[in-house]
Design a protein around this ligand. Structure first.
Ligand code: HEM
Length: 277
């Protein structure tokens, strides 16, 4: 019998007093100490971990969106597709995660809801950064970050950059003869649908074989928004299931506010053009 048969762990490194271990590399000491429930309610741990893992996935989404944006700005479309696909998969991952949270009933949430005080996902600066990076730059939500200068700086910094959608429009305009200049689009307001942009994307959708990479770019963006919309829908449905029409801990009307957010369009022209094909 050889070593591996008698002891499957044979050869495994066992001593880490002088070497970096798995836990060191991943800083598990910090991460696994960051769950600090404020009540004795069993389900608060689920609530905390669900939010923390969502924030970790959002961190990766921002990393990927940033890389995709840099590539698109240099008109390197195919390499950016990989990152855009990954962002959609991240949202898909977040969408599946709601199934875990849905196992918490209203009675169970009520056991610890008061301990949250005024804190709410409404104050998630990473969620706002994602919205800003994609192009939905509703600056009215920034006020909640005034107590945190570093976060405010991150958000303000983002507003100085063109959004992912604007760099996509820049790539579009460089390949097509169209009557708009992406540089004139505002950086500090949500992107609004523009008839000239609908026309430009329509040209692409009418001759995909001629404009294949722009066509693929458009569909990657639609995919991303599709998964994002599903996240919003899963969120509002879970919220209604758990708190009904109560006001949110963040102070908004709750489900009513979240339903209004379902109407927000990130890349409106890509949806508008479809009716005209
Ligand atoms: C029991 C589960 C949850 C409930 C009852 C809930 C409730 C709410 C409510 C009522 C709002 C509206 C703002 C307010 O007044 O508070 C909100 C916003 C938000 N929540 Fe949740 N939420 C839950 C889970 C989550 C999870 C797991 C995440 C993941 C990070 C999350 C992220 C957000 C974000 C990003 C917003 C802002 C949305 C926007 O402004 O468009 N929520 N939530």
């Amino acid at each position: 019998m050889n070593d591996t048969k008698s002891d499957p762990t044979s050869g495994a490194h066992m001593s880490f007093s002088d070497d970096m271990s798995y836990g060191d590399y991943l800083q598990l000491g910090s991460i696994l100490n960051a769950q600090q429930p404020l009540s004795d309610a069993h389900d608060e741990m689920l609530f905390i971990i669900q939010h923390q893992t969502s924030e970790l996935w959002m961190r990766l989404a921002l990393h990927e969106i940033d890389a995709a944006r840099n590539l698109l700005a240099r008109h390197e479309l195919p390499p950016a597709f990989k990152m855009l696909t990954r962002v959609s998969r991240i949202f898909d991952q977040l969408n599946s995660a709601w199934d875990v949270l849905r196992t918490m009933t209203p009675s169970e949430y009520t056991m610890f809801r008061e301990t949250l005080g005024k804190s709410s996902g409404f104050q998630s600066h990473q969620y706002r950064l994602i919205e800003f990076a994609l192009g939905n730059r509703n600056t009215s939500t920034m006020k909640v970050h005034e107590h945190s200068p570093e976060v405010l700086e991150l958000l303000n910094d983002e507003l100085t950059k063109p959004s992912l959608y604007h760099v996509a429009l820049d790539a579009l305009s460089s390949k097509l003869e169209i009557g708009f200049d992406p540089d004139t689009l505002p950086k500090d307001a949500p992107h609004r649908s523009d008839a000239a942009i609908v026309d430009a994307w329509s040209v692409v959708y009418k001759s995909p074989e001629k404009y294949w990479s722009l066509y693929e770019l458009a569909e990657k963006l639609v995919d991303l928004e599709d998964y994002f919309r599903r996240w919003r829908f899963n969120h509002v449905t879970t919220v209604e299931r758990i708190i009904g029409f109560k006001r949110g801990t963040g102070g908004t009307s709750g489900v009513k506010y979240l339903r209004a957010m379902l109407e927000v369009e990130l890349f409106p022209e890509l949806w508008n053009l479809r009716g005209g094909l």
